[in-house]
Ligand binder design. Structure first.
Ligand SMILES: C[S@@+](CC[C@H](N)C(=O)[O-])C[C@H]1O[C@@H](n2cnc3c(N)ncnc32)[C@H](O)[C@@H]1O
Length: 274
């Protein structure tokens, strides 16, 4: 997160905002401490604190993403896998996902981000998605956002930015672009891509479900196909690579945030050639 983000785009404390006889009362948050910085001097981990002296609520910055939610403990209960995950080789991620039901936190995370990465960045992915129709799900919207960027504005904010293609397109016509989403796993990947860094992820092939052993056995009861289904599920996860343009357009990340801001960018990942 850029340290000057709160000056570029005020971030509001979700804990103490209220409506009183004076109208809406909102208080900003400020950077209190940078715990870890990256080579560009941006904050990777740190603390934001509410400027309201009656509140003074602290919010974490994780992986450069400010997490501005009123109920942090509740948010973590639902998003723990997303917040504390680390980058794994796609094969490792696929195997870990295979160990649980599709609705379990990690398998769900792996599938969710894979679907959105294909939809947002499928034109830059190697191998590309093999579905029929447009090269990637967001192709039409991305083209419209690109056309809209011809009219330059000071700031743009995308609500529900997910893995960041909209932010990338909007940033072409805006001095600062901020994306907001509640899905921390999506924002973490958006941040990487918007900084021009490569990203690897497992993609399911042919819609084959990643089943755990019990569910695979139940589904194949009577047909004796449990092991076959599990083998298919494993081989169905294919490693995909999203590559940046090699750093020729340095990223200028504002902030990515959960239930509050994502980032400004300049670097756009491109499909690997050759
Ligand atoms: C249908 S997706 C659209 C993503 C992207 N804009 C696109 O066009 O592909 C909606 C996104 O909104 C996010 N979202 C839903 N409710 C939200 C909320 N209250 N605050 C922030 N993000 C939210 C979801 O996590 C999800 O990433």
């Amino acid at each position: 997160m850029r340290e000057d983000l709160p000056q570029l785009l005020p971030l509001i404390c979700p804990r103490c905002r209220t409506v009183s006889e004076r109208g809406r009362e909102l208080h900003t948050v400020s950077v209190e401490q940078a715990l870890v910085r990256d080579a560009r001097g941006e904050i990777v981990e740190g603390i934001l604190r509410c400027d309201n002296r009656l509140c003074r609520r602290a919010y974490p910055i994780v992986d450069g993403i400010p997490i501005l939610v009123a109920d942090l403990a509740g948010f973590l209960r639902g998003s723990l896998a997303q917040v504390v995950e680390r980058e794994l080789h796609p094969e490792t991620a696929a195997l870990l996902a295979l160990g649980g039901a599709d609705s379990d936190p990690y398998p769900h995370l792996v599938e969710h981000v894979s679907i959105y990465l294909d939809a947002h960045w499928g034109d830059r992915a190697e191998p590309p998605p093999d579905w029929p129709g447009p090269r990637f799900g967001m192709e039409g919207l991305a083209a419209r956002l690109r056309a809209r960027a011809a009219l330059r504005v000071e700031r743009t904010v995308e609500l529900g930015a997910s893995v960041g293609r909209g932010v990338a397109e909007l940033a072409a016509g805006s001095a600062i672009t901020v994306g907001v989403d509640l899905h921390f796993g999506a924002l973490r990947r958006a941040r990487r891509l918007l900084r021009g860094e490569p990203l690897h992820y497992p993609r399911k092939q042919g819609g084959a479900p990643l089943l755990d052993g019990d569910r695979a056995r139940r589904r194949s009861r009577g047909a004796g196909r449990g092991a076959g289904l599990r083998r298919r599920a494993r081989s169905a996860a294919r490693a995909v690579e999203l590559r940046s343009r090699g750093g020729d357009q340095p990223a200028r990340l504002g902030a990515l945030a959960a239930a509050a801001p994502v980032g400004d960018r300049r670097a756009v990942p491109s499909r690997r050639r050759g």
